[in-house]
Each structure stands twice: as C-alpha cells, then as structure tokens.
Design a protein around this ligand. Structure first.
Ligand code: R5P
Length: 303
C-alpha cells in the first residue's frame, strides 16, 4: 500500500516537515473559501488504494479547520484512499471533556465521534486530558512532546529550578517534567472565572528564591500562565522565568501579555502554526520527526 501525506491549511509547514522526514511529496490539494463562508476542497492527485495521512491541527479558527479536515477526508475517500488517518497534532475541543454545570455539550466526545465518521484512525499529540482517550472509539495513536520539551529545557536549568503546574489539571504533567529533569514541583490552585479570566487561590510548594519553569499542555489567551507567573513573583520566586508548553495557540494579545513578564525562555512545539514575528523569546521543539516516525510504524504494520 502506498503512503500519502495530505495537508489542510492549518499547518502546512508541519506537514512539509513530516513529508520530508518520510521522503514523500505532499499530495496536491486545493482549498477555496466561497463568499458565503462555505469551503470547497479538491484533492488533485489519485489516491487509489493508498494509506493516507491527513495533517490538520484543529487550531483557531477551530470550526473552519475542523470542517476543512472532514471535507478533505471526504475528498480523499472519493479519490480512492483505502486507509485514512487524521493527524491532528493539536486536538481542539479537548477542554470540553465533562459537564461542569450539567448543562453543557461534551465537545471533546462529539469531535472524536465526528472524526471517526470519516477516518479509520487518529494520531494526536498531548491531549489536554489523557483521560479523554476513552472518547476515541477506534485506533488512537497518542504521542507526547514532553520528552522533546524536557530535552530542550535541560541545558538552561539550575539546581535550584522548580517545575510549576499553573493549575491542578497540570499536576500529572508537571510530575512527568519533574521526573525527566530531576527537579521538585510546586502547584497553583486556579479558578477559571471566564474564557479569558482566571483567579489564583494558592501556591503550594517552596518557590521562594527559585527560578520557576512553568509548564502546561497549552497556552491559549495566556490568562493561566500570566496569573500563575504573577502569583509566583508575589511568592518570592526569582524573575528568571521559563515557560514550556506543547501547544502555543497564543490567541488575541496572549504574546504581548506574556512578554510583559519578561520570560527568559519559552519553549513550545510546532503543533500549531504561528507567524514568525513575536515579542516573546520563543524556541520551537519540532514534532515533525516524531510524527513521521509514528506514521512510518503505523504504515509498516499495515503494508
Ligand atoms: C487548562 O486546563 C489548560 O491546561 C490550560 O491551562 C488553559 O486552557 C490555557 O488557557 P489560557 O491560556 O486561555 O488560560
């Protein structure tokens, strides 16, 4: 079975990195925006009998990228794709994983179900909550960028550094960083007031006179990170701040808000496309090779 890589418009640079690591050409596609807001996609190459991997993080604008992914899947099937895998390095809607008030939709489950209407398998990186693996009814390949990010952090840490989870949801993640880097952990208790606003309730751990490494799975508006760092500074941590996260969405003025805190290093991956201009000292740990290795394994086991 021939291997093909298809990309939508969400992160073509990452798709190119994956294709180049696998030594294959990207399949040619055309995506057009109609004046009424509809999308039209075309797959220009024949895919008859192929093992196809469609790369599209469902990053902002989430609804557009999600629909584009589903339309491309439909077009790939109609061009003869035999096996179809959604490569969704950032899985949008993952935070809607439970009903807090008992009245909300469970978006993460709905999106997983939607993807399985068109795809045989899903490959993703650092789901917001690993427990939602249970929402994926068929084959799921769940990769983690934490070892890559920890490697990138290693060079600049001091013996005094401390890993900080900016909310209780990040506690397990912070323990993985702490184990890999052999550092202690502190936690912050956050309460979310709205999509943009959070309030910090407690800092748990000895952060005073230590340079913090604040980790998270994702940074969206930056509200969580900014509040966490402000609380750490209030509790006497050193101002040499390092930030690490897998998914850097950096929506609206997140980059400006974070840059005011003057972080020394900020290490993220390229699961989400970012324009190169930024006021932040961003370093990127690329996930292209890791995804390509996983695709190679998946392809070989079915060929
Ligand atoms: C929350 O549970 C996540 O792990 C992140 O902390 C949060 O979603 C980041 O969003 P924002 O940057 O908008 O605070």
């Amino acid at each position: 079975m021939r291997l093909s890589i298809v990309t939508g418009r969400a992160n073509p640079l990452l798709a190119e990195a994956i294709a180049s690591a696998l030594d294959v050409e990207l399949t040619s596609c055309t995506v057009e925006d109609f004046p009424d807001g509809e999308l039209q996609v075309e797959v220009n190459d024949m895919l008859r009998g192929n093992d196809v991997y469609l790369v599209q993080p469902t990053s902002p604008p989430v609804s557009n990228h999600l629909l584009e992914l589903l339309l491309l899947a439909d077009a790939c099937r109609r061009r003869g794709a035999d096996r179809l895998t959604a490569v969704v390095p950032y899985f949008g809607y993952a935070r809607q994983d439970r009903r807090v008030r008992g009245t909300e939709a469970v978006g993460a489950r709905l999106v997983a179900d939607l993807l399985y209407t068109r795809f045989d398998r899903i490959l993703t990186v650092d789901l917001h909550n690993p427990a939602i693996e249970g929402f994926f009814s068929a084959h799921l390949e769940h990769l983690s960028a934490v070892p890559l990010l920890a490697d990138a952090l290693r060079g600049s840490l001091s013996r005094n550094s401390i890993i900080v989870a900016p909310d209780l949801g990040a506690v397990k993640l912070s323990q993985r960083y702490a184990d890999l880097l052999n550092l202690p952990v502190a936690y912050i208790r956050k309460v979310r007031l709205s999509g943009r606003k959070v309030s910090i309730r407690h800092v748990v751990g000895e952060v005073s006179n230590r340079p913090p490494v604040v980790i998270d799975d994702m940074i969206s508006t930056g509200g969580t990170m900014v509040s966490a760092i402000e609380a750490l500074l209030d509790h006497g941590c050193l101002p040499e701040i390092t930030i690490a996260a897998t998914h850097a969405l950096l929506v609206s003025d997140a980059a400006e808000r974070l840059s005011r805190l003057k972080p020394r290093r900020m290490i993220v991956t390229d699961t989400v496309f970012r324009p190169p201009e930024t006021p932040l000292p961003i370093e990127t740990a690329g996930v292209g090779q890791m995804i390509a290795d996983s695709i190679k394994r998946m392809h070989e086991t079915c060929a």
